[in-house]
Design a protein around this ligand. Structure first.
Ligand SMILES: [Zn+2]
Ligand SMILES: [Zn+2]
Length: 329
């Protein structure tokens, strides 16, 4: 499924099977989860996509063959391909464990063709082995919703009372990790989204409500997964002095101005950008221990436009996944 121009729907096309370059794997894609970032790319809110582009950065598949110099994986191995596709490897950010901030980083399904396709190529150094016990479809959402959600959760430090704004793919995974870590989760959804609130309650939220409500207890931290800038002052209002508000999305609508006293008291407001390979290794080690159970809503590859429309309209429960290889069901 190919994006020709920002703002236009994806088109079903027959493309040649890509050839793996040095250090790259050729992967037969089993499944690829969809992400809100894909919507931001399609809608032109992220302005530098390779065009034409095959989107998709939560790829699960199996190695078919590889280019020269590949040592980490062999044909038949199951691999996961995340958003971080490559980095320069030698800038100060790369050297200091912040490869997520590398200026030369290239991202899967944005600068590089991704997984809305039957085949993809990826740099072996940025692919992950996936834990046993997760089917292909269930593993796919771990690769962004899980990984970047986990990085966001880590940024909340030791927060015990945790607010989550927006209860989609990332939230439904991260609430499971947060509870396993002994935290209390307060879930905020769009007003009137009773289905989302019910889902959060099933997954163990101690309180659920609308995002303009204040929780019964002051929160130690909050993560905003929904791309709505007005949630920033709402979340700041809900956290205690010294608490942290983490904006987890790659794009957000403008943040409205708000009185300084909402930030005063050493509240911290920060974003989370991309992921490091270390985030991936840590999260994929934790996920089977929790154990995380992903809820997936399946679509055939050629229904990618419909899947993304459902994501935009808030009609996906858990994570949307494109099934590329029917044998993976
Ligand atoms: Zn993503
Ligand atoms: Zn770098």
């Amino acid at each position: 499924m190919v994006l020709q121009h920002s703002g236009s729907p994806l088109q079903l096309k027959d493309l040649p099977i890509p050839a793996p370059g040095p250090g790259q794997l050729l992967i037969k894609v089993a499944a690829c989860a969809i992400c809100r970032t894909d919507l931001h790319i399609l809608d032109g809110e992220l302005t530098e996509p390779k065009l034409p582009l095959v989107p998709g950065h939560q790829i699960v598949g199996r190695v078919v063959t590889s280019g020269s110099g590949v040592t980490q994986f062999k044909p038949g191995d199951r691999v996961g391909v995340p958003w971080l596709g490559s980095t320069c490897g030698h800038c100060p950010d790369c050297n200091d464990g912040r490869e997520n901030l590398c200026d030369q980083a290239r991202f899967t399904g944005y600068h590089l063709d991704g997984g809305y396709a039957e085949y993809a190529v990826a740099d072996q150094r940025f692919c992950f082995a996936l834990p046993e016990g997760f089917g292909d479809l269930q593993a796919a959402p771990l690769l962004c919703a899980g990984l970047i959600g986990y990085r966001s959760l880590r940024m909340t430090g030791e927060a015990r009372r945790l607010g989550i704004y927006g209860f989609g793919a990332a939230a439904h995974i991260i609430i499971q990790v947060a509870r396993w870590q002994g935290r209390e989760v307060y879930a905020f959804t769009r007003a009137g989204d009773y289905e989302g609130q019910q889902f959060a309650r099933q997954l163990g939220a101690v309180w659920v409500g609308a995002s303009d409500q204040l929780p019964p207890e002051t929160l130690d931290a909050a993560i905003i997964f929904a791309p709505a800038g007005e949630l920033v002052p709402a979340a700041l209002k809900a956290v205690r002095k010294g608490g942290t508000v983490v904006c987890a999305g790659i794009h957000m609508s403008d943040i409205p101005s708000f009185p300084y006293h909402l930030l005063w008291g050493e509240r911290v407001l920060r974003s989370v950008a991309n992921l490091t390979r270390r985030d991936g290794e840590e999260f994929l080690e934790i996920a089977p221990r929790v154990p995380v159970r992903t809820e997936v809503q399946l679509y055939p590859l050629e229904a990618a436009n419909e899947a993304l429309a459902d994501l935009k309209g808030g009609r996906v429960k858990g994570a949307g996944v494109l099934v590329v290889d029917q044998n993976s069901i």
